[in-house]
Design a protein around this ligand. Structure first.
Ligand SMILES: NC(=O)c1ccc[n+]([C@@H]2O[C@H](COP(=O)([O-])OP(=O)(O)OC[C@H]3O[C@@H](n4cnc5c(N)ncnc54)[C@H](O)[C@@H]3O)[C@@H](O)[C@H]2O)c1
Length: 302
């Protein structure tokens, strides 16, 4: 069925006002609790500090899911290295958190940058307990036969090589064991018509890296897992939709129509950050090689 027809059919089944609310998520608002903890978007920090004494690196921390995870990890007592290529945004996130967070410029596709990011962490905090390989890029692609191979390589360099480099340099310094989490996607186990082929194949590869690394690093006490979100209206997705003929309202309506789990609003970055927190914390101490899907049962229909 043509994409346009699908959207039209789906639009019949949604309330467009409600759909628009989903993608018009307000900018992340941070406040502080009476203990001085950072609280993002009203998601309250848990009084139990689940990452107390843990040193964590988050890549892609300047925006979207990485940013939300940074606030949540900070509220649970973590010391943080926040890495990204959007330097001003990254510094702003670190400044909101305060002295327990440091921003570093790191292009995850460049080996020297990843090595330097881990070096900074060791230099500053003396250890690394949790590495969250989250940075990724997404483009729109055209027909398969016109595939832009340079763009395909760029997506794989950031999304796949970036994770491989994180695993290499992160595992080297996790001398007392640790937890590595990679962001996959529902696109790691299924092909979504509107998602570009380079991105889908890169997310499948990250799932493969997660499993292979869990097997190889298990003997060192290092757990490796991934988290697989469905669509969240982050800058990545908004930019990708803006590059198509769809309006954001139409896209949101399509997402809404395909939603299985009917909660008042759709998937939020904080929902996924909470899953990452579980995989980072000792509560998941025997969970490794797992792809934790946070999609409100979207893929059960695949
Ligand atoms: N938004 C969604 O619907 C969705 C769904 C499934 C999975 N994901 C995944 O979630 C993760 C976070 O994406 P998001 O939605 O928060 O998007 P986002 O664009 O808001 O955040 C991605 C961050 O990665 C950074 N980044 C890009 N290239 C980089 C590089 N080479 N080195 C370092 N940092 C780089 C960007 O500057 C940005 O800050 C990604 O892995 C993405 O594939 C997103």
């Amino acid at each position: 069925m043509a994409l346009k027809q699908m959207i039209e059919l789906n639009l019949d089944r949604v309330d467009p006002v409600n759909a628009a609310i989903i993608w018009k998520t307000p900018k992340m608002m941070t406040t502080r609790s009476s203990d001085g903890d950072v609280i993002a978007n009203g998601f309250t920090s848990n009084s139990c500090k689940r990452l107390k004494d843990k040193v964590c690196i988050i890549t892609g921390a300047a925006s979207g899911l990485g940013e939300a995870t940074a606030y949540l990890f900070a509220s649970h007592g973590a010391s943080l290295i926040l890495a990204d290529v959007q330097d001003q945004l990254g510094r702003d996130v670190a400044a909101k958190i305060g002295p327990q967070a440091t921003y570093v410029h790191c292009n995850v596709s460049i080996e020297a940058d990843v090595a330097a990011m881990v070096d900074t962490c060791i230099h500053q905090f003396g250890r690394l307990d949790v590495l969250y390989n989250n940075a990724a890029i997404l483009f729109n692609d055209g027909p398969l036969v016109d595939m832009d191979i340079a763009q395909f390589d760029m997506v794989h360099a950031v999304n796949v090589r970036g994770v491989a480099l994180g695993l290499k340099y992160g595992a080297r310094v996790m001398v007392e064991g640790g937890s590595i989490i990679n962001t996959t996607s529902i696109s790691a186990t299924m092909a979504i018509k509107s998602t570009d082929m380079a991105y889908t194949s890169s997310k499948h590869a990250i799932l493969g890296l997660t499993k292979a690394a869990a097997e190889k690093l298990g003997p060192c006490g290092i757990r490796v897992n991934s988290v697989a979100p469905a669509t969240m209206f982050t800058p990545m997705v908004i930019k990708a939709v803006q590059g198509t003929s769809l309006s954001l309202d139409m896209f949101a309506a399509m997402v809404e129509a395909n939603r299985v789990l009917k909660l008042q609003d759709g998937l939020k970055v904080e929902d996924v950050a909470n899953a990452v927190l579980f995989l980072a914390s000792n509560e998941s101490r025997y969970v490794s090689g797992h792809n934790l899907v946070v999609d409100g049962a979207h893929i059960v229909r695949a």
